[in-house]
Design a protein around this ligand. Sequence first.
Ligand SMILES: [Ca+2]
Length: 246
Amino acid sequence: MGVFSNRKAKIWVLFLVALLGLSACATEVVELEVLEEFDVDPTFVQGLEIVDDRMVVSVGKYGNSSIGFIGKDGKYEKIDELEDMYFAEGMSASDKYIYQLTWRENMLFVRDRTTLDVVKSIKYDGEGWGLAFDGEFLIRSDGSNKLFYHDLESFEVKKVVETKHQMLNELEFVDGKLYANIWQSSEIVKLDPKTGETIEVFDLSELTQKHKGTPDDVLNGIAHIEGNEFYIGGKNWDKIYKVRLR
Ligand SMILES: [Ca+2]
């Protein structure tokens, strides 16, 4: 009886050790804290970033695509509209320029950081969804599980990193990590951009629940402010939120 109990106890200990091991490996789900919210004209946010302390927004849809600076009052300080044939997508900035993707037009617009004037246009293969700059490469998502690393000058693809998440959309690079919206979900994932591994998953359903209109009205737009504070936007949302991802 004593032997049986010992064996039973050992099995239980092994089971608990295995369970603890599994939960340690599982990706942690973390909550968010909403700090402030700003009224904005509902826009189809496809790219959001802070450039020179100004909020830059890339707005999509054919016939309504643009890029602009939005002030603290939620109004445009400057806007540049695209030709009707372009559907604007993700946007990011290097020290020199602002870069704006298009969805299926295979065209990257390289813009002046202050005037937003197009300095040059570069053709590329594949769809444009999200864009981020890691200090060396422009990282593009295309709605798949892949991240495409583009040369800053030529925009040639230099490497591809796979993740376990499909539908990677708007991106943000912060302190060596990459944040990504998952299209049509309430999740932002924090990735190791070198390996594609998932570090954390943030549940933003507190925000997405407030913006349930059409299936198009989804979370989209991550702009890093400082520390773990971000601006978060969405497609057709009439708010941009300042949040802390904890
Ligand atoms: Ca962004």
